[in-house]
Unconditional design. Sequence first.
Length: 127
Amino acid sequence: MMEPAKSFRDLIVWQKAHQLVLAVYRYSDNFPGKEMYCLIPQLRRAAISVPANIAEGFKKKSKPDKVRYMNISQGSLEEVRYYLILAADLGYGNSDKLSDDLDIVSKMLDGYMSSIRKSILMKVPQS
């Protein structure tokens, strides 16, 4: 069995989400200048929100709070997904690899949330 994470940085899902943010920054560097105040900051802000909420949720004491922050991260992932679709449709570059990476983070978040929920259920006294 794995040793429990001591920091959010120990979570593989956070590591993958952080890598996604770095990739989003590199991808959006190639957008036209007219997107400097619109799509670029929206996309980056949504991407940053994913690992930021994982980090914030990690320190929450209650399991339902932890799950809530992971769910917020999922919402931000879907926002990123839309911006990637929009950027591709506008001809700003192929985002298939980013979409694949996003899917991986989403599945990992689902698994992490599931394990948190299971740990809640294990501690509920059976009558």
